[in-house]
Design a binder for this molecule. Structure first.
Ligand SMILES: *Cc1c(COP(=O)(O)O)cnc(C)c1O
Length: 362
């Protein structure tokens, strides 16, 4: 086994993979695999329901919110959010703090007036203070990305909007800390970063947000349609949802999102501590207060590509894989999602320290 620090699709709890393996050819004495079952049959429908129930329980989702399971990934939601919500006033506000919120903003321009609440920063290394945000009181919603996977920028506050509904992309820090769902109009998250394999996206939406979809909205992207049909209006990715529901069970066994929150704090502090103590050998460009607990980007010796290549090769030899930074940012990126244990993080930390010591001496 290797330690997989990928940004997504990412490491899944080994326990869950083993369970899935055990049940692969014969689920619960049905004599067949989940993959082969009707999505309208009682066995699958229970899995679908359990997945949504667990999600509600883990995040303490209030009764007046729907939980939807959809396809099309996080990127699909960039469009779905607009088609469902933007028609209300024809405009929406976007806070762009990184690569993914930028993409969402670009997509939104197809559907109406998408406005930036602050100019696009040249580098995504911080979050402008809220008093510099120019909010449009007529916006249908304010959109932001809670954790920028590529750039390693994570919010440590929930934006104040004076009543404008908040729409948040939580794809890469979903279920890694407690949230007050009632502060949001809509939250979405692709499963493949923190809660499952690629193929399903979880949407948590306040009921009163639903019902203003544009006429052009495809039915499979229409929140009303999906909600009415309990997320089985068409064939859902049954096997993926089953695995996600097993990850939810695993989360419950591990103190839920509070447990993950403590763990994420501990893991990320360990690595950032090593970066900070390295006398500039390792550097993270992100403002300390907005450094992501999930995706930790860093450079070595001011961005020495030969050295970074050596780091990645040696890491791989030592069983640590997928540490390469996103192609747009370069360098190294360690993703410490829920399934990465503290021990896994300690292994990386030890390796980083040894690599640094070795270079200091040579
Ligand atoms: C990965 C990611 C996306 C895009 O997800 P896809 O499923 O590939 O469309 C969107 N937002 C964030 C924050 C992500 O990390």
């Amino acid at each position: 086994m290797v330690i997989n620090f990928a940004a997504g699709p990412a490491k899944l709890p080994e326990e869950v993979l083993k369970e899935v393996q055990q049940e692969l050819t014969d689920y619960n004495n049905t004599g067949m695999s989940i993959m082969e079952m009707s999505h309208r049959g009682s066995v699958y429908l229970k899995i679908n329901e359990d997945a949504m129930k667990s999600c509600r329980e883990l995040l303490k989702v209030p009764e007046n919110y729907k939980i939807l399971l959809m396809q099309g990934g996080g990127s699909g939601q960039f469009a779905a959010v607009c088609m469902n919500l933007m028609g209300k006033t024809g405009s929406a506000d976007y806070a762009v703090t990184g690569t993914w919120s930028w993409k969402a903003y670009k997509e939104a321009q197809k559907y109406g007036n998408a406005n930036l609440v602050f100019p696009k920063p040249e580098n995504f290394t911080t979050i402008p203070p809220q008093n510099e945000w120019k909010l449009n009181p007529n916006a249908s919603y304010l959109y932001y990305c809670d954790n920028e996977t590529v750039d390693g920028v994570e919010f440590n506050f929930v934006p104040e909007t004076n009543g404008i509904p908040l729409v948040c992309d939580m794809s890469s820090n979903f279920m890694s800390r407690s949230i007050d769902v009632s502060k949001f109009g809509l939250i979405f998250a692709g499963a493949q970063k923190n809660v499952g394999p690629a193929g399903v996206t979880v949407i948590i939406v306040r009921e009163d947000m639903i019902g203003n979809a544009m006429k052009i909205t495809p039915s499979v992207f229409d929140y009303m349609d999906v909600a009415k049909n309990n997320s089985v209006s068409n064939t859902p990715p049954t096997f993926i949802i089953y695995i996600m529901s097993r990850v939810f069970e695993w989360l419950k066994r591990n103190d839920g999102v509070e447990g993950m929150s403590k763990l994420a704090q501990k893991k990320s502090q360990l690595i950032y501590g090593t970066i900070n103590k390295s006398n500039g050998f390792y550097t993270c460009p992100v403002d300390e207060q907005y450094r992501s607990r999930m995706n930790l980007p860093f450079r070595i010796s001011g961005g020495d590509e030969a050295l970074e290549k050596e780091f990645l090769q040696k890491a791989e030899k030592a069983g640590m894989v997928q540490l390469k930074g996103h192609r747009s940012v370069g360098g190294i990126r360690a993703s410490l999602y829920n399934a990465i244990s503290f021990e896994n993080t300690e292994t990386l930390n030890k390796f980083m320290n040894e690599f640094y010591e070795g270079k200091k001496l040579s």
